[in-house]
Design a protein around this ligand. Structure first.
Ligand SMILES: [Zn+2]
Ligand SMILES: [Zn+2]
Length: 332
């Protein structure tokens, strides 16, 4: 099969022919139709995340059809469409797994990081961590739901139920979260890179109440803010924008250092928290909610072999919505 592989962080992915994997017990062999490109993939390719199992096939927002069943698979049938997220395996026995926090499992394995991912024509995945995909979504549109959607949703839940929600960094996750927040009748305040009028217009088109530069103050104090951009300097900015008792959620896996800030902007019971990974119940909840909203994903598609172009465009902030790699069998 064709695969795009990370050999050395900092270098472009290499296009290679590798043997098609075989599904082990409890695993599905999946013919990949679409795999969205996440900012986490950039952090892996750039070497900012150091636990990658090299050489690595990245990609953890996978949509495909079941091509073969491993021994003991009962949840899915051949030909069924499935989604594979970032959380690929957990131990089931550590204190986190035992307390509904499998996202923090001490021994977790992650798709496209410590397990082979979806920048390939086929992949294998543990059936227990796969989700069915609603028929109302095309392959390309469903792919970003698997991480931008799931992690975005977990971030939104962590932000609490306040009405005024700030979102810093208006990329793939934000454009999905904005639609869910709007459905929940919240007001969205979108913050983008200074001068990024296109992203600000995009946010307004999705129903944002206000959009502006990340250096600006919103017209009202916010109840909560989610930071999707990997820029630590946004943490004090967001703290200044939230009201007493407000929450700032850092939604990414990696962020540049947070500069020091005066205690007064944290005081009055403001909270800073982060989101790590997802649980299967986040996934089930969100994948059921998305078609009801309905969440529509804006996607820019690329052939699988053009993964380096997609990563480059994402790095330079040029993707509107989500970048998705397509294999030749996929429906766009
Ligand atoms: Zn565990
Ligand atoms: Zn991701």
């Amino acid at each position: 099969m064709l695969a795009m592989v990370v050999d050395n962080p900092g270098k472009p992915l290499r296009k290679v022919e590798v043997p098609t994997p075989r599904p082990g017990p409890g695993q599905l062999l999946i013919q990949v139709h679409a795999c969205a490109v996440c900012r986490t993939d950039l952090h892996i390719v750039d070497g900012e995340l150091t636990q990658a199992k090299l050489p690595l096939i990245p990609g953890h927002e996978i949509v495909g059809t079941v091509a073969k069943l491993g021994h003991g698979v009962s949840q899915f049938k051949i030909g069924e469409r499935v989604g594979v997220p970032w959380l690929g395996w957990t131990c089931g026995s550590c204190s986190y797994c035992q307390s509904s926090q499998e996202n923090l499992c001490d021994h977790a394995r992650f798709t496209g990081y410590t397990l082979a991912g979806g920048y390939a024509e086929y992949t294998v995945a543990d059936q227990r961590f796969c989700f069915p995909i609603a028929d109302s979504y095309s392959d390309a549109e469903a792919a970003p739901l698997l991480c931008a959607g799931l992690i975005g949703y977990r971030s939104l839940v962590k932000a609490g139920n306040g009405k005024r929600l700030g979102i810093y960094g208006f990329g793939a996750a934000a454009h999905i979260v904005a639609q869910v927040a709007k459905y929940q009748q919240r007001e969205i305040y979108a913050f983008t890179r200074p001068g990024d009028n296109q992203a600000q217009q995009f946010a307004m088109s999705l129903g944002a109440t206000w959009a502006g530069d990340s250096s600006e103050s919103p017209p009202h104090k916010l109840d909560a803010a989610i930071i999707f951009a990997p820029a630590g300097e946004l943490v004090p900015q967001a703290l200044k924008a939230v009201s007493k008792g407000g929450t700032v959620v850092c939604g990414g896996i990696h962020m540049s250092d947070i500069p020091s800030f005066p205690y007064s902007i944290l005081w009055e019971e403001r909270t800073i928290t982060s989101v790590a990974n997802l649980t299967r119940s986040d996934g089930a909840e969100f994948m059921a909610l998305a078609p009801k909203v309905p969440v529509r994903c804006e996607v820019e598609t690329f052939p699988l072999a053009a993964a380096n172009d997609a990563l480059h465009r994402l790095r330079s902030g040029k993707i509107k919505g989500a970048a998705v790699l397509m294999s030749s069998v996929a429906k766009i």
